[in-house]
Design a protein around this ligand. Structure first.
Ligand code: CA
Length: 223
């Protein structure tokens, strides 16, 4: 899960980045509304965590503009504005969820997972695909009932495909999903992770679409 964190309080941001990394999230952090708009224009994200009191623009106005531009990315507002009318204003501006500061990291993570499930149209939290069952909360994978051990990046890569079951994902999009925008990445890193996923789940699990990227396929029947 690739999260854009828009938060100008450095202490909150630092804690969130560290905490979300433990939940296998890649987090890009910006502290201005303008920087958030720029990040969305260059990277692929699964959700936004949005503070409202930002130095260059109110988060509500930024969100309203985002929706007016037709962007339906899941947005969770994280704010100390605790009156009912403020929360209603946030939801009316287009937020999918609203969490009050101070917050519990576990609750935030659970709500993010719920948001992603809702937006990808699933009702149970287990992701099932052709004999493969993935629990995105516990980060466990079984194939035809047998547990499969995946490294962290392999799990993130698999989830990126499962969250976009019909899309062709380019190497750049996959890189964005696995690594932060500023992180240095070995040029063949994605290929190595795909090789490992195929080795563990069967060569058909990721299909190569020549010249375009990769697409979710089917795991081995008998693995
Ligand atoms: Ca703030």
């Amino acid at each position: 899960m690739h999260i854009l964190l828009v938060e100008d309080d450095p202490h909150i941001a630092e804690g969130l980045c560290a905490g979300l990394a433990l939940s296998q999230c890649t987090v890009d952090h910006v502290d201005r509304a303008a920087a958030a708009s720029h990040a969305l224009s260059v990277g692929h994200f699964d959700a936004v965590i949005l503070d409202l009191g930002l130095p260059d623009q109110d988060g509500i106005d930024w969100l309203r503009q985002l929706r007016a531009d037709g962007n339906d990315l899941p947005v969770l507002i994280l704010s100390a504005r605790d009156s009912v009318s403020q929360r209603v204003a946030g939801l009316q501006a287009g937020a999918d969820d609203y969490l009050l500061k101070p917050f519990d990291l576990r609750e935030l993570t659970a709500r993010l997972q719920t948001l992603l499930r809702r937006t990808s149209g699933r009702t149970t939290h287990l992701i099932q695909h052709a004999g493969l069952v993935v629990d995105p909360d516990l980060l466990t994978v079984t194939l035809h009932g047998s547990p499969v051990s995946l490294a962290r990046r392999e799990m993130m890569l698999l989830l990126a495909f499962l969250h976009n079951p019909k899309r062709i994902l380019s190497a750049e999009q996959l890189q964005d999903a696995l690594y932060g925008l500023g992180e240095g990445v070995e040029s063949n890193a994605i290929n190595v992770h795909i090789y490992n996923l195929r080795r563990k789940l069967g060569s058909g699990i990721i299909e190569t679409v020549r010249g375009l990227g990769f697409r979710l396929g089917k795991p081995d029947e008998s693995a």
